[in-house]
Design a protein around this ligand. Structure first.
Ligand code: PXG
Length: 291
């Protein structure tokens, strides 16, 4: 049996999961989404992801048309019908079908779909050896224009930076704000450790309030590691003792080299390794049960 996709109230085979070319999600990137993970039969931080989805929708004045509780059922049912225990979940709400103009009032009904699939894990050596990454010259969108805290279907800003990373054979790129402060990566948040204090850029700079970022802040508190949201520059990256990225797909992954400079010892740091272990443990003990 092939993969089934939830699409507007129905479970449809992957081959038939198609949406209209008049959908404003396609025409204008008008919509919001979430990337969520399930570990060993439990969905990790599902309510946090759903809250962010509904807040992103609210910020662009998009009514999802179904309640948050119903949306939770959509995710769980899609996992169940595909008999998945470990999965990557992509939940998308678009403005829906309209005419060829921008006006969202011409889109009476949002399009909702949920894809659940086997997770393709990052190579093991990323965690063992750490990542070598670069700074992109493409700056983060300014929050005054399109707030990056909205997880919208407009990812061109991140994609342009990701292309710069690929040109240099790097798996990720650091993105700076228009003023040159470190914001985040193309699909991950960033942390540094300096003199035993963890620092991550505040979301007002234009960083997504990552669910994994929040978990790491909790783990830091639990392990009595000082952690602050702080504005910092590339200088602070280069002179950091440790650096790591966080994201639903990446989890917690060490960074050992940035723009040619080794970070700290040039090997994954001690605190980073501890947080990786703690994070893994948490994913296996908490979460919404699917079955
Ligand atoms: N910042 C941005 C810009 C993101 O897109 C994160 C941070 C991490 O957030 P979470 O909540 O996952 O800890 C994201 C995550 C990809 C990919 O292929 C990444 C994301 C979405 C879709 C694809 O790397 N978002």
């Amino acid at each position: 049996m092939g993969l089934k996709i939830y699409l507007d109230g129905k479970m449809v085979p992957k081959e038939n999961a198609k949406i209209s070319v008049f959908d404003h999600g396609i025409l204008y990137g008008d919509g919001v989404f979430e990337g969520i993970r399930a570990y060993n039969g439990r969905v990790f931080r599902l309510s946090e992801h759903l809250l962010r989805l509904y807040n992103s929708a609210k910020a662009i004045n998009l009514n999802c048309g179904i309640s948050l509780d119903r949306m939770e059922e959509v995710v769980l049912k899609t996992l169940r019908i595909n008999k998945l225990k470990d999965a990557y979940i992509r939940l998308v709400v678009t403005r829906g079908v309209g005419d060829l103009g921008l006006d969202p009032r011409k889109c009476p009904k949002p399009t909702i779909f949920c894809i659940t699939d086997k997770i393709s894990l990052y190579p093991e050596e990323y965690y063992r050896e750490g990542l070598t990454i670069v700074t992109a010259s493409t700056r983060k969108n300014i929050p005054e224009s399109l707030n990056p805290r909205i997880k919208s279907l407009n990812y061109l800003n991140s994609i342009l930076a990701k292309m710069e990373a690929a040109l240099q054979n790097a798996p990720e790129a650091i993105m700076l704000t228009k003023d040159g402060y470190v914001a985040e990566c193309t699909g991950d948040n960033i942390f540094i450790l300096k003199d035993n204090v963890l620092k991550t850029p505040p979301s007002y700079l234009g960083a997504l309030e990552g669910v994994t970022r929040e978990v790491v802040m909790e783990l830091a508190a639990r392990n009595r590691i000082a952690c602050r949201e702080e504005v910092f520059t590339r200088y602070d990256l280069f002179t950091a003792d440790e650096c790591f990225l966080t994201g639903t797909a990446a989890e917690v992954v060490p960074v050992v080299r940035i723009d040619g400079r080794p970070i700290g010892t040039g090997k994954p740091g001690k605190i980073t390794s501890k947080l990786i272990k703690e994070f893994k443990a948490l994913t296996l003990t908490e979460g919404v049960e699917i079955y």
